[in-house]
Design a protein around this ligand. Structure first.
Ligand code: ADP
Ligand code: MG
Length: 431
């Protein structure tokens, strides 16, 4: 765990952070969270003082508690609902953040609601009418409820948190954010967190009200990915890619029987097909993407988190924020177009001082993208060694199986589901 804490906070404990109350210190000790990470050490005091915060620190560096601790601490002094609103880009992340609040908030009888799409809206409205202390929400569902339930108000909140702030501000949530913004009080504290925040910093600074406290990981360590992460690439031809990946997965699983693996690819359909292909090859996997129902998404994640299935195939739905300590390997089946997406994906491993590995497949056509990633992370990757003979041996079987699964999927209502989802979205947007 030592690497989690950089030089300047290594000898610190939570007792060294001014303003933390005894119940909080006791609760942290009880949870065996003993030493603040740098972002926690530096951001908790100004947050308790009442300042707005922009906190940028690498993946897995404890950003969640950097806002959970000050909110719970202030809430315990003046408890009412709704006291804090936390926005985050994905539903799964909303549940995970709520869990962190619950873990720490027991002694103050914390009431918390998760407001996300894909789950019964009526139940959520009922929960909100009971004024929970903290609401963790994805923008879509919250904006939807604000639009249609005028009796529900956020006018008294003290804290607004944007977790994965740059993703929330990247344009895709603009309409919903606008709706939410217009229902918030002028006087409030705004806390913004992300691992990749610099590009949008200015816009976010403008949004925050009082003088902003900005905290970033020190400049002398300007690599964007964490030290304990072993980053590799694998140059393949398109026709041998899947077989090479299967060989890699088998080899890794054999060497690391407890390790969990996340494979990222680009579309819902490829995610679904890769997962079906692996299952048909006898390699158990689950998948998560936006065309599954919320129930299916949560079920897949639960099976993965509990190690019942060791491989998760995912779209970028899972690239942000998810904290699953046993994940030891990230595979980029498709290299992302944007280096910051890469940083978030590989940040699902090597968290909280642990080690981890990332392997990115590239075809000759995609070498430019690899260079772009290396330019951003300021790290050169070396090539990974895969059992080529095995890849060659299984190539035909892998490719045939994949083709069969593609045909199978075409025969189902998969594309139909997509069209329905698309129509729903257009209707929601009033188009
Ligand atoms: P980030 O949001 O920066 O990616 P998280 O807040 O998800 O990181 O934290 C990553 C992991 O580290 C979580 O499992 C969390 O419980 C753990 N963690 C957070 N703070 C500490 C700490 N001070 N000491 C040990 N583990 C911690
Ligand atoms: Mg986080």
């Amino acid at each position: 765990m030592a690497d989690l804490v950089s030089e300047d906070t290594r000898d610190k404990t939570y007792d060294d952070i001014p303003g933390l109350q005894p119940w909080m210190l006791q609760q942290l000790k009880y949870l065996k969270i003993l030493r603040p990470t740098p972002i926690q050490y530096h951001c908790i005091p100004p947050a308790i003082e009442g300042r707005d915060i922009i906190g940028a620190a690498k993946t897995g560096s404890g950003k969640t508690l950097a806002f959970v601790i000050p909110i719970l601490q202030k809430l315990s002094v003046d408890p009412y609902g709704i006291y804090a609103l936390v926005l985050t880009p994905t539903r799964e992340l909303a549940f995970q953040i709520a869990d962190q609040f619950k873990g720490l908030g027991g002694p103050v009888s914390l009431k918390i609601s998760v407001i996300v799409g894909g789950i019964d809206r009526l139940t959520q409205c009922k929960e909100l009418s009971k004024s929970p202390h903290v609401v963790v929400a994805t923008p879509g569902r919250l904006a939807d409820i604000l639009d249609s339930a005028p009796e529900f108000t956020l006018k008294r909140i003290k804290f607004l948190v944007l977790d994965e702030a740059d993703r929330l501000m990247d344009g895709r949530f603009d309409d919903q954010i606008q709706t939410i913004w217009s229902s918030l009080p002028e006087r409030r504290q705004t806390l913004l967190f992300s691992a990749t925040i610099t590009d949008r910093l200015q816009k976010m600074k403008d949004l925050a009200s009082s003088e902003v406290f900005l905290w970033q990981t020190s400049a002398k360590n300007d690599q964007a990915t964490v030290q304990q992460l072993d980053e590799r690439y694998c140059l393949v031809s398109p026709v041998s890619k899947d077989a090479t990946m299967v060989a890699l997965l088998l080899e890794f699983s054999e060497k690391n029987p407890k390790g969990l693996i996340i494979v990222f690819t680009d579309t819902c359909k490829s995610t679904q097909i890769l997962s079906m292909m692996l299952n048909n090859l006898g390699v158990q996997s689950v998948c998560i993407h936006s065309m599954l129902t919320q129930k299916e998404r949560l079920a897949a994640l639960a099976r993965f988190k509990s190690s019942q299935v060791k491989i998760l195939i995912a779209t970028d739905l899972a690239s942000r924020g998810l904290d699953i300590p046993l994940v030891q390997l990230i595979v980029n089946h498709k290299i992302p177009n944007s280096p910051s997406v890469y940083i978030h994906r590989v940040g699902r491993t090597a968290r909280a001082g642990r080690s981890g590995q990332a392997v990115t497949f590239v075809t000759p056509h995609e070498l430019k993208l690899l260079l772009a990633v290396e330019g951003k992370t300021k790290r050169k990757m070396s090539e990974v060694k895969v059992d080529e003979a095995m890849a060659q041996r299984i190539m035909k079987q892998v490719n045939v199986t994949k083709r069969e699964q593609e045909i199978k999927l075409d025969e189902t209502d998969f594309d139909e589901r997509r069209n329905i989802n698309k129509r729903k979205r257009l209707i929601m947007e009033g188009r």
